[in-house]
Design a binder for this molecule. Sequence first.
Ligand SMILES: Cc1cc2nc3c(=O)[nH]c(=O)nc-3n(C[C@H](O)[C@H](O)[C@H](O)COP(=O)(O)OP(=O)(O)OC[C@H]3O[C@@H](n4cnc5c(N)ncnc54)[C@H](O)[C@@H]3O)c2cc1C
Length: 413
Amino acid sequence: MTEIRICATLLLVRNGASFDVLVVGSGAGGLAAAVSAERFGARVGLATKTTLQACNSAKAQGGIQAAFGDDDSPEIHAEDVMRSSHETANPRLVEVLTTEAPSAIHWLEEIGVEFTRSNGGYRLARCGGATRQRLLQVGDRTGHAITKSLRETYEAGGGAELPHHILRSISPIESGWAAAFETKEGPATVEAGALVLAAGGRCFAEAETRGELSTNHPNATGEATRIALDAGAEARDLDALQYHPNGGAWPSTMQGYSIPETTRAYGAVLLNADGEEFTDSLGPRDAVSQAIFDEVEAGRGVLTEDGRPAVWLDTTRIKPEDAEISLPYMLRRYRGAGIDPLSEPIYTYPVLHYQNGGLVIDEHAETTLEGVFACGEIAGGTHGRNRMMGNSLLECVVFGQRAGKAAAERARA
Ligand SMILES: Cc1cc2nc3c(=O)[nH]c(=O)nc-3n(C[C@H](O)[C@H](O)[C@H](O)COP(=O)(O)OP(=O)(O)OC[C@H]3O[C@@H](n4cnc5c(N)ncnc54)[C@H](O)[C@@H]3O)c2cc1C
């Protein structure tokens, strides 16, 4: 069925297809926008660089934030975001993000995401920079579960799929926007009443340029941001790239792996060469990464077997029952590589992870170009210059839904 739809779509594209809403990117942001635009009655096309499955979102392990705890509220969530961003985030976008977080979770449940539960409620963890336990999880494959349900929902609808479409430029036309793509069959132009750019960040490409490790999927190369800038869009905080404090450093098969922050939420702590704790292991990401860089710089780090700088993450402090429920994938990966994190500490060092800034958007996810919307990592403002863990998947869903709805309305206008 899918194959038939794809072939039909490619034929249409060669003849200059047109949609009400064209979404670019099939991560959580693009999928949420595409599902939402369809639900608001739009004829939707979903174009993406390679396959629909290829994205950063599916790699997300740790979880997604939403204020469900008895001692929590969207206002406290918003305060945590503002403080972690060092007051650089856009307060209106943050208010939307945190206020709509609980309904975003229920929307995901409606389409089939089953969040891990305990004691009759959601199993909530505290993530770095948070003052409350607020992180919902699906084991430690949260991003995989969310993208799978979103993708299946989109595939069950009437929207078109345009895999292997690499965006090359966008330009305004009388009826909206034209997007030029490179495809396996050659160049193709697709027209739409409104565009949603959800092509993610650029940390894979940036890490390659710097000769560093990255947690990112190879498709995270950032050219869609450049294309929007060339068309006249505004961006903010593009220089603010985030290091994940806990990249895997050894064994070599785990280099660049993002050790879930939930290891620290469930008791793991960072130790230097002398076995001393040198920072608040659940501080904001930038602070924890900087503390590791400083400790190594001061000569109190350790070296991996291949001579890379590192510190210890003492994962032996995690209770086995917590690890079995919330870290099974991470345990499998390490045990498969010959190391049991519940019996010995593991090597870790920060790795390039996330583009904090991006295209300027308003509360409806519209960029400064009329009729061009942006959601997910390509957009800026919601996290300011330092994102909290668990707020990116949330941003994809909240602003993806908003972008899809607003784009469908714009296309109808
Ligand atoms: C290993 C890892 C773990 C993470 N863990 C968490 C977590 O626990 N919680 C959390 O909230 N966040 C987490 N994040 C961050 C979060 O997953 C991402 O920031 C977020 O999912 C980005 O979603 P997106 O839809 O914006 O982009 P992506 O998921 O990266 O999708 C971008 C899409 O655009 C496509 N694309 C790119 N360029 C083009 C182009 N030129 N033309 C057409 N298509 C293009 C790509 O192929 C892809 O399909 C993690 C990230 C990583 C890498």
